[in-house]
Design a binder for this molecule. Structure first.
Ligand SMILES: *[C@@H]1O[C@H](CO)[C@@H](O)[C@H](O)[C@H]1NC(C)=O
Ligand SMILES: *[C@@H]1O[C@H](CO)[C@@H](O)[C@H](O)[C@H]1NC(C)=O
Length: 120
């Protein structure tokens, strides 16, 4: 009885370790483009998921110019930085009123990182 309990719990632990870490539901979804005008066909990252729990998130290399918000939870803001550590002063902040619009935060420096902050 005791032995079989130990075998079972060991098997369960192994299953947990083998599974990918659970991720929180996304707070927003964006398409990021390699050109400056959200031109169809130049998406370098489609359906890029953003989460408050991810903190500062690096935008994939080559996704340098523009982005379009697909969804963003109410009461959340997406803050975009030109550097890769969410520390640059050159930022834009957009909320759910920008869903569907093409954003060109920096035509010269490009976009480097982002984070989402929600008030609820
Ligand atoms: C955006 O968020 C505000 C604040 O929560 C909400 O009142 C509004 O209905 C939302 N708009 C859309 C388009 O989701
Ligand atoms: C959303 O962004 C618009 C444009 O920047 C701003 O006028 C508005 O106050 C913002 N709404 C919220 C709920 O932050």
């Amino acid at each position: 009885m005791q032995f079989s309990t130990i075998v079972l719990s060991t098997a369960l632990s192994a299953t947990v370790l083998a599974s990918p870490a659970p991720r929180a539901a996304p707070d927003g979804i964006l398409n990021i483009f390699s050109d400056g005008g959200c031109v169809r066909g130049t998406e370098c990252s489609r359906d890029f998921l953003v989460r408050t729990t991810d903190g500062c998130t690096i935008i994939p290399p080559g996704c340098k110019s523009a982005l379009r918000l697909i969804t963003l939870n109410n009461d959340c803001s997406l803050i975009i930085y030109t550097d890769s550590a969410c520390t640059s002063s050159s930022v834009i902040t957009i909320n759910n009123t920008s869903v569907g619009q093409c954003e060109n935060p920096s035509s010269t420096l490009g976009v480097g990182s982002l984070k989402v902050i929600c008030t609820v």
